[in-house]
Ligand binder design. Structure first.
Ligand SMILES: [Zn+2]
Length: 282
C-alpha cells in the first residue's frame, strides 16, 4: 500500500465528517444581539449577515447560483428575499460587485420590494444590472431604497445611517479578465467593531495604497482565499491592512483541505466558516 493510499484512508473519516458539516444548515432562531455585540453568520461564498442590535446587514449574500462556488440553498434564498425568519428586519444589503456568485438582480429587486425599510448600498455597475430587471418589470424599481456609490476608481464614499457606517473603497476586481469590474471594499463600523470585507479585490498595491487602512485599527478583515495564498496579497495584509483577525471568504472547500495548513502557517488565528448559517460572536 503506498503512502498516498494510507493518507487517504486515514483522512477518510475526517473528510466524510467535513462534507456532512458543510451540508448541514443550523437553525437560526435567536433574539437580536445587543448593539455592542457583533454576530456574524455565514450564508455562502463571500456572503455574510452582520448583526448588532437592530442593525442587520447582508453583504454579498443574495445570489442564485454561484456556479462552482457555494450558493445559498433555495430555502435561504427564499427567506432572504421575502424577509422571513431568520432574515426578518434586514436593515441594509451591501453588494461589492455584480458577479453572479455575489449578487442576483431578480432576487435583490424582489428583496427590496418585500423589505421596504431595507437599503441597498452598491456601485453603479451593479445598479445597471438591476436596471435590466426594471426594464422587464418597472414595478420592481425602488429608487428610494438604493444608494449608489459614485466615487471614482481608488476613491471613497461613506454611507451612514441606523447604527451602520460604511466607507466604500473603490477598487479593481482581481484578475486580468475582470480588470474593468469595479469592486467595492466595504469598511463597516457596526456593533463597536471595525470590519473590512474586500469582495473580490485584486492584490495590487494601487488597490490599497491610498486608503490608509493600516491606520484604521481594523478588528476583522474578510479576505478571499487567493489573496491569502499569494505573497503579494500577504504583504498587502501585513503592511496596508493590518487587521487584528482574518476570516477567509470565497473558499473552494476541496482545495482548502490541501491549503489550510499553509494559510494557518502564515496566519495561525485565521478563521473559516465551514457550515452555512454558522454563527460566530465577536
Ligand atoms: Zn467577482
Amino acid at each position: 500500500m503506498n503512502r498516498r493510499i494510507i493518507t487517504t484512508l486515514l483522512l477518510f473519516p475526517f473528510m466524510h465528517l467535513f462534507a456532512q458539516d458543510m451540508l448541514r444548515e443550523e437553525p437560526f432562531i435567536s433574539p437580536l444581539p445587543p448593539s455592542g455585540r457583533l454576530e456574524v453568520t455565514y450564508i455562502a461564498n463571500s456572503g455574510f449577515l452582520f448583526s448588532a442590535g437592530t442593525t442587520r446587514v447582508l453583504v454579498d449574500a443574495l445570489f442564485l447560483n454561484g456556479d462552482i462556488w457555494e450558493s445559498p440553498s433555495k430555502k435561504l434564498q427564499k427567506a432572504m428575499t421575502t424577509g422571513d425568519v431568520p432574515f426578518k428586519n434586514i436593515s441594509h444589503m451591501l453588494v461589492s460587485h455584480f458577479h453572479e456568485d455575489h449578487f442576483n438582480p431578480m432576487l435583490v429587486s424582489r428583496f427590496l420590494v418585500n423589505n421596504p425599510k431595507a437599503v441597498l448600498v452598491t456601485n453603479s455597475q451593479t445598479d445597471s444590472v438591476l436596471g435590466r430587471i426594471y426594464k422587464q418589470d418597472p414595478e420592481l424599481k425602488r429608487p428610494g431604497q438604493v444608494k449608489i456609490m459614485t466615487a471614482p476608481l481608488f476613491g471613497t464614499e461613506t454611507y451612514e445611517s441606523d447604527g451602520l457606517k460604511v466607507k466604500c473603497l473603490v477598487m479593481r476586481h482581481m484578475g486580468k479578465d475582470d480588470y474593468k469590474v469595479e469592486n467595492l471594499g466595504l469598511l463597516m463600523e457596526l456593533g463597536g467593531k471595525k470590519i473590512l470585507h474586500i469582495g473580490d479585490a485584486g492584490w495590487e498595491d494601487e488597490n490599497f495604497a491610498g486608503f490608509n487602512l493600516q491606520d484604521e485599527n481594523i478588528d476583522i478583515a474578510f479576505i478571499h482565499y487567493w489573496f491569502l495564498l499569494d505573497c503579494e496579497g500577504r504583504r498587502i495584509i501585513e503592511t496596508m491592512i493590518r487587521p487584528k483577525k482574518i476570516v477567509v471568504t470565497h473558499v473552494p472547500y476541496e482545495e482548502l483541505r490541501r491549503d489550510y495548513k499553509r494559510i494557518k502557517e502564515y496566519y495561525p488565528d485565521v478563521e473559516v466558516f465551514l457550515n452555512h448559517m454558522e454563527k460566530k460572536v465577536y
